[in-house]
Write a protein that binds this ligand. Structure first.
Ligand SMILES: Cc1cc2nc3c(=O)[nH]c(=O)nc-3n(C[C@H](O)[C@H](O)[C@H](O)COP(=O)(O)O)c2cc1C
Length: 314
């Protein structure tokens, strides 16, 4: 078992943008790198530089970041990967896991998993012309777990950097538990480095996974870290005192950052509310407070709820 696990902050579109990643990392050390949320898949003929805003080097000074593409068209993928290479990136990740209906019905994300021939044809076209390393983030399948199990050995001959596996099916969205048994079978089916992803929410839970999958030394954590921002540091055994104060400072910095960036109260509050979907789990249950956050329409209302929340005793 590796002594210090490599922890990767998972992409959570709508939350883990470059501002979040930087501020989060400054306040809560523990993650070694982050995978950025996917870039919207557009035809390369429609390319606009603002598509890469989240990945500009100057906005990503604090944390090692790998960009992610959701494209299923080789030419569009190669074009955008080329722009990312121009920005200095040396690795790109291909999303084969997104479960959203809008995405899967276009045969993108986990919607491609039932079509292994198309995945291999894509790699055949892309890999020889790609001037960067390629990794893949995937689920067990769209409809059934045989999809990935059968695909994995066929990926062995491609020089992939790693394969990140979230142990659910696309059709499950985020329901049910991650299928650890299927993840274990996947490990046996691939010669590539495999990253574990899915439902790492606590240190004991993480240790259990580490014991079960002793050959894995890279782990991706998403919602667990949004619900407990100290989780990566806890896993690494870091001393993290004055948690509530720490969290308050993080929240303030993030809020002020978005306040400056986003136009209008609704936009700002919408963004903060999305974070509270997860972060509320850090606090003892208080349905009244979460209801108040959801119902905030003005900054003043929001700030008042935050004041009460953060002045409560730890
Ligand atoms: C709101 C939301 C947005 C997500 N956006 C992305 C994304 O852009 N790219 C991606 O590969 N995965 C995305 N995911 C999946 C997560 O990265 C991760 O695989 C999943 O949440 C399971 O890990 P966790 O249990 O540690 O959160 C998203 C998940 C959620 C809930």
């Amino acid at each position: 078992m590796a002594e210090t696990p490599h922890l990767i902050l998972a992409p959570i579109r709508g939350i883990t943008d470059c501002y979040f990643r930087s501020i989060f990392h400054r306040h809560f050390p523990g993650f070694d790198s982050a995978l950025a949320p996917f870039i919207n898949p557009q035809r390369h003929s429609n390319f606009q530089p603002k598509q890469l805003k989240d990945l500009l080097p100057e906005a990503n000074q604090e944390m090692v970041v790998i960009p992610q593409l959701l494209h299923a068209d080789p030419e569009d993928f190669l074009f955008l990967a080329g722009r990312l290479h121009d920005l200095g990136y040396t690795q790109v990740n291909w999303n084969l896991g997104c479960p959203a209906r809008m995405v899967t019905r276009k045969k993108r994300g986990s919607g491609l998993l039932p079509y292994p021939e198309q995945i291999l044809a894509f790699l055949d076209q892309v890999m020889p012309r790609l001037s960067m390393e390629l990794s893949i983030k995937t689920r067990l399948g769209l409809e059934n777990k045989e999809e990935l199990l059968h695909l994995l050995p066929r990926l062995d001959d491609y020089p992939l950097k790693e394969i990140i596996i979230h142990g659910r099916l696309g059709k499950q969205m985020y329901r049910g538990k991650t299928d650890r048994e299927a993840f274990g079978l996947c490990l046996e089916q691939s010669r590539h480095p495999i990253v574990y992803n899915g439902d790492i929410n606590s240190v004991p839970g993480f240790r259990e996974l580490q014991q079960q999958f002793s050959q894995v030394d890279r782990w991706m954590i998403g919602r667990g870290a949004l619900a407990n921002p100290f989780l990566a540091g806890e896993i690494k055994g870091m001393d993290q005192p004055n948690r509530l104060e720490h969290l308050e400072n993080f929240h303030r910095e993030l809020y002020l950052c978005y306040r400056e960036l986003l136009s209008g109260e609704a936009h700002l509050l919408g963004r903060m509310k999305q974070l509270w979907v997860y972060l509320s789990n850090f606090f003892p249950p208080q349905p009244k407070t979460w209801k108040q956050i959801k119902k905030c329409h003005t900054e003043l209302q929001y700030q008042r709820v935050m004041e009460t929340l953060f002045t409560a005793k730890e």
